[in-house]
Every structure is written in C-alpha cells, then in structure tokens.
Design a binder for this molecule. Structure first.
Ligand code: SF4
Ligand code: SF4
Length: 379
C-alpha cells in the first residue's frame, strides 16, 4: 500500500519532549500542530485512515525546521516522517491548493514564481550597476571548477544579491550553469516528485565540469547535498567565503549585527561557524537568544510560507523577539529567511549584502558609520 517506513514512526514513545521546542506548536497550541501530533497523523493515514482536512492541516504546517529531531530522546526524525507522509498524501491526490499551484509553476517554468522571464536577467542588469564586471556571461560559457547555484529566490526576487554574489565569486573563477532550474526543494518539501529538475540540473553541473557547487540559499544547499549525486562537492556561500577571507579584502565596519541560523543550513547541515567567521571579519556579532542547534525557525520553510502565510508571519515575528536590542541588523545566509523576516518587520540582510558593504571597493564611497548602517537598513 505504501513505501513509507513505519518503523521510524513506531519508535515514537509519545513523551512530548518535542512540544517544548516546536515553534508551530508554541504558536498554534494544538497537539496536531506539534511533532508528536504530526507523527500520529502520519501513522494514521499510512495505516489507512481517511485523509481529511485536519490531517492535511497537521502535516502541512510543519516548517521542517528539525529542532524536534535535535532533542527527541528516541532518536527519531519527525521531519522525515512528515515529508514521507506528505508524499503519501500527494500520491493520493491530497495537497494544499497553494502547494499544487507551486508544483505546477515549477514544472511549467523551472522556477517557483512561474516567471517566464530569463533566470539570468540579474546578470545582464548587473553589468551597469557594479564596478566589477562579471568575467563570465552567457556568451562565454566555459569549463569551470566551481559553479554558483543561484536559486529561484535570488534569481527572480533578489537580483541585486545575485549580482553581488557573482561579482565576488567570479573573482575566484566561479562560473554559472548555462541553464539552471529550481533545485527541487519546494517540491520535495511539499510532497511532490522533483526527479526531472534534479536530472536536468545534474546534467548542467556535469557539462560545466565543476567539482564544487556553491549555494547561497539554505534550501538549495540542503537539497543539492541530500538529493543530488555525490560526484561533486556542495559548499554554502559562507563556507567558500570563510576560506577566502584574506583574499577578499574586507574592510572593518563599526557596527554590531546578529546572526539568524537558517534551519536547513545550521541545524540540518551543521554549518554554524563559517557565516560567523565571515561576520566577525567585518564587524561585531551579538548572538540571538536561540541560536545554532536551538535556533528558532523564521517560519518560511517546508511550504509553510506558501501554504499558511499568516502562520508563517506569526513564526517570523516570534523569531524577531530573539533579536538582541540595539543591533544594526539581522544577518542570515538564506534568501527565504531574509524575505520572511523582512516581511514580518525585521531588518534582515543576506550575508553577501554585509560582505558587499565591507568590500574595499565600497570604501571608495568613504561611508561614515551612520552611512554604513543606513546602507544596510535600506537593502
Ligand atoms: S520527542 Fe520524539 S519520541 Fe517524544 S513525542 Fe516527540 S517525536 Fe515522539
Ligand atoms: S520540524 Fe519543526 S515545525 Fe516540524 S514538527 Fe519538528 S519542530 Fe515542529
């Protein structure tokens, strides 16, 4: 009847420890909105109970943040159970309308926005915006050792960030894929198949000749790492930059920032130190109340922003409550976290935005401390 592995689900001893950390349970308060409740829901539908709207609600409100897996005394992975159950439901024709629409858009256009424009529109507009011109463009595809996987959000919603990232990476000979498409994360997380996208991108990576793929989105990074073949190395932008600090030419900025750990970069892949190393090479860092393995989710992941916008904003506002007083801005290393935290009223910037301000070339502008802060506030 199903390929879902029930053994993980059956290992849940129903202790409820996960309720103390699940951000959605803390927001909603219903048992069905916490890991224990979701596991019971998953078990029920997989064992043949009728799928109804409450089951869909229970399983679709998980942000897949993974903090429950971090503390579960039985060592089970509720995220895995939720994702398998979502796949089981979608195979039976049950999905949130918003998630079905997302799937249609991605399959029709190769991006989550259903945008018919060029995925590399940012590359062309960057030519006139930045002092350092990209050394590689669509007319000069060549074999490279490293490629920058841009992602849907940065390609279509944060073109300036993509351009800054590529301008910097291109100094080190990093190239682009000729025809990148969505990494598949939004489909996988919401229970749909992403094989076609993965196969397409794998071919592109092979053609590029790259031995390493650099991702600036936590969702892309986690997906490339877990669902793509192991023939190439996957690096987060923070890992790459942390290894190049002496060569980048960063200028110290007189400001204090805090850092938000994206769930799929931090907790799920243990990338905690590289972004902090880059930040500390630039300015002071004051940590959030909940950080690293216990960092609180921004509320954007797991299809929650797409399917439950109000809940997503409530989660983001709760996360903003962890920001230390007096910091100039929140730095993170994921465009979805930037987007969700900004939409909830936070002054969130991408790590690359901070790096860009600190680049020696920006010093030509001779910004005052006040100017540096203003620059980051208006990003
Ligand atoms: S902490 Fe683990 S074992 Fe306990 S209820 Fe949650 S998922 Fe089940
Ligand atoms: S992954 Fe996060 S949102 Fe989902 S059940 Fe676990 S703690 Fe809750």
């Amino acid at each position: 009847m199903t390929n879902v592995d029930l053994s993980a689900i059956n290992r849940c001893i129903r202790c409820g420890t996960c309720r103390s950390v699940c951000p959605v349970f803390q927001e909603v308060g219903w048992e069905s909105a916490g890991a224990r409740g979701r596991i019971l829901t998953a078990k029920g539908i997989i064992e043949g109970r009728k799928i109804d709207s409450s089951a869909l609600q229970s399983l679709s409100t998980c942000t897949t943040c993974g903090v429950c897996s971090e503390i579960c005394p039985a060592g089970i992975d509720p995220v895995g159970a939720v994702e398998e159950a979502r796949g089981f439901m979608s195979n039976q024709g049950f999905a949130l309308p918003a998630h079905s629409l997302l799937k249609e858009k991605v399959r029709a256009t190769g991006n989550t926005f259903g945008d018919l424009g060029s995925r590399q529109g940012w590359l062309h507009s960057s030519l006139s915006q930045f002092k350092q011109q990209p050394r590689q463009g669509p007319s000069t595809w060549r074999k490279v050792d490293y490629v920058y996987f841009v992602g849907c959000l940065e390609s279509y919603r944060y073109p300036e960030t993509s351009a800054k990232t590529f301008n910097l990476l291109n100094r080190f000979g990093v190239g682009l894929l000729e025809d990148e498409r969505c990494c598949g994360s939004p489909l996988i997380r919401t229970g749909f198949d992403a094989t076609e996208l993965i196969d397409h991108n794998l071919k592109q990576i092979n053609v590029s000749g790259a031995h390493s793929v650099i991702a600036s989105c936590a969702g892309c990074y986690a997906t490339l790492k877990k669902y793509y073949s192991a023939d190439f190395e996957v690096l987060s932008i923070s890992e790459f930059l942390a290894g190049k600090i002496p060569d980048i030419g960063l200028n110290a900025l007189d400001m204090t920032v805090t850092y938000h750990d994206p769930c799929h970069l931090g907790r799920c892949n243990k990338i905690y130190d590289p972004p902090r190393k880059v930040i500390k090479a630039i300015c002071d860092l004051e940590e959030m109340k909940a950080r690293r393995g216990r960092s609180r989710c921004c509320g954007g992941g797991g299809g929650v922003r797409a399917g439950h916008k109000d809940l997503s904003m409530d989660l983001a506002r709760r996360r903003l409550g962890d920001v230390p007083e007096g910091v100039d801005c929140i730095v993170t290393s994921c465009p979805l976290c930037v987007r969700n935290l900004r939409d909830a009223g936070g002054k969130a910037v991408d790590l690359i935005d901070l790096v860009d301000v600190a680049l020696k070339s920006i010093l030509d502008l001779k910004p005052s401390n006040k100017g540096e802060r203003a620059l980051l506030r208006h990003l």
